[in-house]
Write a protein that binds this ligand. Structure first.
Ligand SMILES: *[C@@H]1O[C@H](CO)[C@@H](O)[C@H](O)[C@H]1NC(C)=O
Ligand SMILES: *[C@@H]1O[C@H](CO)[C@@H](O)[C@H](O)[C@H]1NC(C)=O
Length: 298
């Protein structure tokens, strides 16, 4: 049989063209595989797209066969899996709510109900009630993923506040007390004059008119001691005692008068006050100053 060379060329060309077409077809098919490919028996097959499951591999005649995931199941990535995953159910008995409903391409998203938490991330199967911190109060609020943080029992905020308040009041009261005490002392000295050194203008007063009143606040022993301190002899002092045997007031008066004479007109009053202070009879000295100052203003 004679075969025309044209026909041979034609057949070759046809075969070549068919081959090229097949190649182009494959390439095109691959180009359609938007979700990528997998290898099966030397062929590149398309993955099933998200939300679909695998039924059968691709052949020369057809692409990978896939099927939509039924209700209540999903696949969330391109795949060649023959089973869809069951959607998670947010169990309200486990204190969970549905945040996002399941779709064929995504699982349910659960969350904890209000005032419940789960700190196990993806492993959360149940949520636990948040601590109410009834004893010591909330330090940090509960979140979906962290429990409430309570105040430490050792340093409860209320006790701290109480301690600070007590300390502040104590310091305030003490401060006011010190100021009042200081003011009182100042006032006392201002009214009664400096004890050791009586005011200068009082030094030139004559003590005589006050002697009768002064001996009222002095006892015999004190008058004697004042007299002795200024160097009066015992015999002289006893003389006043003997001369007025049954009259203590007269004993005191005459002795004090004699003592006063020895001090001189200007010296008697300050000397008496000074001596009483030296004898630690501050109160008596103040009483005498009051008598004299009263007499001065009258
Ligand atoms: C998978 O392919 C579909 C179209 O077939 C496209 O809509 C989708 O975005 C692709 N998914 C991914 C993850 O590339
Ligand atoms: C989930 O779907 C149900 C109906 O099936 C609907 O009542 C509910 O509001 C949906 N929840 C969310 C969070 O979309």
């Amino acid at each position: 049989m004679y075969v025309r060379p044209h026909l041979v060329v034609f057949l070759w060309c046809a075969m070549l063209t068919e081959g090229l077409t097949e190649g182009r077809r494959l390439r095109t098919r691959r180009g359609v595989c938007e979700n990528g490919t997998y290898q099966h028996e030397g062929r590149s097959c398309c993955f099933c797209q998200t939300g679909h499951r695998f039924l059968s591999h691709c052949t020369d005649k057809h692409d990978t066969k896939c099927e939509w995931c039924g209700h209540g199941t999903y696949i969330d990535h391109p795949n060649n899996d023959d089973k869809c995953q069951p959607c998670q159910i947010c169990d309200s008995n486990a204190n969970m709510d549905t945040m996002l409903n399941c779709s064929s391409s995504s699982n349910t998203v659960c969350r904890c109900k209000d005032n419940y938490y789960c700190d196990k991330g993806d492993l959360c199967k149940a949520c636990y009630p948040c601590d109410t911190c009834e004893k010591h109060g909330v330090k940090e609020k509960c979140t979906e993923t962290t429990n409430t943080v309570c105040h430490d029992a050792k340093e409860p905020v209320h006790l701290q506040v109480v301690i600070v308040a007590v300390l502040v009041s104590f310091i305030l009261v003490a401060g006011v007390g010190v100021v009042v005490f200081w003011l009182c002392r100042k006032r006392k000295y201002r009214f009664k004059g400096r004890p050791i050194e009586p005011a200068v203008h009082l030094t030139d007063l004559d003590l005589d008119p006050y002697l009768l009143d002064i001996v009222e606040v002095l006892d015999w022993k004190t008058v004697k001691r004042v007299a002795r301190r200024s160097g009066m002899r015992n015999t002289e002092i006893e003389e006043h005692e003997l001369n007025n045997k049954n009259d203590v007031k007269e004993q005191k008066y005459t002795l004090l008068q004699a003592w006063s004479q020895r001090q001189g007109l200007r010296g008697a009053y300050p000397a008496l006050i000074k001596t009483l202070h030296e004898m630690k009879q501050r109160k008596t000295a103040d009483e005498i100053q009051t008598i004299v100052e009263k007499g001065q203003t009258e």
